[in-house]
Design a protein around this ligand. Structure first.
Ligand SMILES: *Cc1c(COP(=O)(O)O)cnc(C)c1O
Length: 398
């Protein structure tokens, strides 16, 4: 057996590979620089083109571009009318922003446990937590795999709840042939550099609902409107006149970010195909390793995978997850853990959330690790990752 690098052996590769990485090419660079020398740095034609392009890409009626994915979620909660004391059901296996956005509005995050095989929120658990204070559900397409849209839609319709989809991982994914972004009442995307395509920082909310759309537009620009139909004092005093009719934020995206995202969008299908190729190779390589559990895919999801997660069966290994992670790191494969259950964080603990709340999540969390997945990986990179996983497993096999 080959000696682990952590014990003084030779690492699988010389240079470090990370779990995710953006891919910026010359087209992206020139798209951004042409905006920098144009008349508009922000609120110009590129943001408008981006919104219209994402409407057609997702087939949603409306898209609103904002400064980041967290702002997208905050705007969605505002548009949903989340008020102090309202309960919103979400998953604990997510980035903190999926729950923080509820707190921004004074709402109460209610964590419903995941399905231990797909790692997405389990619709049956959503139903268990519905009370007369429940206003909305924020479901996360974890790793890019679609949540059970139909089941969640049915529950929301039955109980008169607003369905917000946190699709920060899921641009490019389809559910039953329909693009994510066209299904929930509001869908929020993130374009942070680790996500599938990037604007540097950026977010978008899509919706088919005219009323939500109007509220989203107000929320992301100070609650200010130029639309006479929305004004109280109109007929107005002149073309310069606008009104603040609500309390909103400055969550606008700049034009050069929009230009970058438009350029990246052109490559989304290629990125998706490459991500799927890598996922397929990983699935194949890990299929016959009993110590590794791979994420289950639901049939309805044509997934543009953002993360590839291996779950260690720690009963079959003589190491802890920490030791496995450190060993991978020494082999120069830098993994990451997605995510610490949100309610474990001190901030949530101080709000009164207790460990043990979502047993599936906590059990899954113990063994998970995201290995490198991004379209620019070479075949050699991919084989190195597989090689490192197998090497570490073999060294710690019981
Ligand atoms: C990245 C992410 C966000 C937040 O997006 P930002 O653009 O970083 O603000 C929200 N939810 C999930 C699931 C994410 O992964």
């Amino acid at each position: 057996m080959e000696k682990l690098a952590i014990n003084g052996g030779k690492p699988v590769r010389e240079d470090k590979i990370y779990y995710g990485r953006q891919w910026i090419d010359e087209d992206d660079v020139s798209a951004v620089s042409s905006v920098l020398t144009s008349s508009y740095l922000t609120c110009g034609p590129k943001v408008n083109t981006l919104e219209r392009t994402l409407e057609s890409y997702t087939t949603a009626k409306h898209a609103v571009a904002v400064s980041n994915g967290t702002a997208a979620l905050h705007c969605a909660c505002i548009a949903a009318g989340i008020k102090p004391g309202d309960e919103v059901i979400t998953t604990p296996l997510t980035f903190a922003a999926s729950a923080n956005c509820i707190l921004y509005c004074g709402g109460i995050p209610v964590f419903a446990d995941i399905d231990p095989e797909t790692y997405n929120i389990d619709p049956e658990n959503i139903e268990k937590y519905i009370t007369n204070k429940t206003k909305a559900v924020i479901a996360v397409d974890f790793t890019g795999q679609s949540v059970k849209n139909k089941e969640i839609r049915d529950i929301c319709d039955k109980h008169n709840l607003i369905f917000i989809e946190d699709a920060a991982h899921a641009i490019g994914t389809k559910y039953n042939g329909k693009p994510i972004g066209s299904l929930a009442d509001m869908t929020c995307f993130s374009f942070h550099p680790v996500k599938t395509i990037t604007a540097g920082e950026g977010g978008v909310i899509t919706t088919n609902d005219d009323l939500f759309y109007r509220k989203l537009v107000l929320a992301h620009t100070h609650g200010i409107t130029h639309d006479e139909d929305l004004m109280e004092e109109a007929p107005h005093e002149g073309n310069w006149y606008y009104e603040q009719v609500d309390l909103g934020f400055n969550y606008r995206m700049t034009d050069f970010q929009a230009a970058l995202l438009l350029s990246q969008l052109k490559k989304l299908e290629t990125f998706k195909a490459r991500r799927q190729e890598i996922v397929k190779r990983y699935d194949e390589a890990f299929k016959n390793i009993p110590e590794i559990i791979v994420q289950k895919e639901i049939m309805e999801s044509d997934t543009c995978r953002h993360l590839y997660i291996i779950r260690l069966d720690l009963n079959k290994l003589s190491c802890t997850r920490r030791e496995f992670y450190d060993a991978m790191s020494a082999e120069n494969v830098q993994c990451q853990i997605h995510y610490v259950p949100v309610y474990w964080f001190p901030y949530y603990k101080h709000l009164g959330y207790k460990r043990g709340l979502c047993p599936n999540t906590e059990e899954v969390y113990k063994g998970i690790m995201s290995i490198p997945l991004y379209p620019k990986m070479s075949d050699q990179d991919m084989e190195d990752v597989i090689c490192a996983v197998i090497k570490v497993v073999e060294n710690y096999r019981k």
